[in-house]
Write a protein that binds this ligand. Structure first.
Ligand SMILES: Cc1cc2nc3c(=O)[nH]c(=O)nc-3n(C[C@H](O)[C@H](O)[C@H](O)COP(=O)(O)OP(=O)(O)OC[C@H]3O[C@@H](n4cnc5c(N)ncnc54)[C@H](O)[C@@H]3O)c2cc1C
Length: 381
């Protein structure tokens, strides 16, 4: 087992960190305060190759491994979780299904601009009636009529679905008895309404909308992959995404540790640095262990994916542990900073608000425990 990143992975981390520190960190608080989605950052991430990192070179991708994607998401997420989820969702939810299941024609049409960061894609699975039981809760229907799919229904909480550069949204729909399929819907298709952006607890600079489909017609060839394989497709998409959300969480834990240690060395109380108190220092020691374990679980899941091995259990473990570790780390950071931690002038409050969704999106902690229990052979419902 190699526990050392290759020189290429280390160089990638250094490059993304430099970008994040110069182009994201100085502006993240302002974007959060004004709920501003910085399109230019997406373009720049595209120019750096971050959106195409794992995809085929034929379409402008980097042909890299999944671990590289995790490192990139980790570093962007260390700077700002809104931009981290924008990258994660763009790749894991937006591009991934088209790259994995699309025809050569579909890939040729959509991937070059998506991989270059000129456009963004979204993935609409969750509905107002439920996300955890995504198959059972799917009420959106699509029927063939005159060589076109006619889509009716609605989707909830869809990331990257309403930006100025969103080009395409893949949606799941019931297409027959016990049959769910995925359809590619170009942005701006008549009959698709993008609802106003949600007012969220965190991720203020990320883009999230509800979608309504009313007799929305797309050509029959916009079916993604095989008819009736939508359920299989979104499970595979979510497994990949869970590793990537693990990486996003690792980035947040790293940011919390860096800031906590810096402050604990600098801030004094009772004539000594607050970090000289075991009660505080031991919390940071625990955070360090959580960070290392979360990173190892995430990188192991990525390595399994790169080796073509099954990832369901590994991905669930990584996301569960890392996301819960991130929520805990933001609580400790806020406590270490005392009153300043509660102020919006520093990143702690933003991190605290941004963390909670990590335990919800792309599989709640409860659903991940369900997946892991089943992997153990337990007949849990
Ligand atoms: C900011 C944001 C961005 C998102 N982006 C996207 C996106 O791009 N695309 C997309 O498709 N979706 C997206 N989602 C949706 C997200 O994946 C869902 O919110 C999530 O899967 C949970 O679904 P739900 O909200 O319907 O909760 P529910 O499924 O209603 O669950 C409610 C609660 O019940 C618990 N629960 C449910 N079933 C069980 C069970 N069997 N055992 C124990 N507990 C259970 C859940 O864990 C949860 O605590 C996003 C959500 C948010 C908030």
């Amino acid at each position: 087992m190699a526990f050392q990143l290759t020189p290429e992975h280390q160089a990638l981390r250094a490059m993304v960190r430099e970008f994040a520190e110069s182009e994201i960190i100085p502006h993240a608080a302002e974007w959060d305060r004004t709920h501003h989605f910085p399109v230019d950052v997406v373009h720049k991430m595209g120019e750096l190759g971050l959106l195409g990192i794992v995809f085929e070179e034929e379409y402008g991708g980097g042909g890299g491994d999944f671990l590289s994607l995790c490192i990139a998401i980790e570093e962007i997420g260390r700077a700002d979780q809104s931009m981290g989820i924008t990258l994660e969702a763009a790749v894991g939810l937006g591009i991934n299904p088209i790259a994995a299941f699309g025809t050569p024609e579909q890939k040729a049409r959509w991937l070059p601009d998506l991989l270059a960061g000129r456009t963004l894609a979204a993935f609409g699975l969750t509905e107002p009636g439920g996300g955890s039981d995504a198959a059972g809760a799917t009420r959106t229907r699509a029927a063939l009529d005159g060589g076109e799919w006619v889509i009716n229904g609605s989707k909830a909480f869809i990331t990257n679905s309403g930006t100025d550069i969103t080009s395409v949204i893949t949606v799941t729909a019931v297409t027959g008895d016990n049959e769910i399929s995925a359809l590619i819907v170009p942005a701006g298709t008549p009959g698709l309404t993008v609802e106003p952006a949600y007012d969220k607890l965190g991720w203020h600079a990320s883009d999230t909308h509800g979608l309504v489909f009313e007799d929305c017609r797309v050509p029959a060839e916009n079916l993604l992959g095989e008819r009736g394989r939508g359920f299989h497709q979104f499970l595979a998409t979510l497994d990949d995404g869970r590793i990537a959300v693990g990486a996003l969480s690792v980035g947040l834990i790293q940011a919390c540790l860096d800031l906590s240690v810096e402050y604990a060395l600098d801030r004094e109380a009772f004539g000594r640095p607050i970090g000289a108190n075991q009660g505080l220092a031991f919390q940071l020691a625990d955070m360090d262990v959580t960070l290392e374990a979360a990173r190892l679980l995430t990188y192991k899941a990525a390595a399994l994916k790169d080796a073509g091995q099954p990832i369901k259990q590994a991905a669930a473990r990584a996301k569960l542990f890392a996301s819960e570790g991130a929520v805990s780390a933001t609580r400790v950071l806020t406590q270490v900073l005392g009153g300043y931690g509660f102020m919006e002038e520093g990143p702690a409050a933003r991190f605290y608000r941004d963390a909670k969704i990590l335990e919800i999106g792309e599989g709640t902690s409860e659903i991940l425990r369900l997946v892991i229990s089943r992997s153990l052979g337990l007949p849990v419902l």
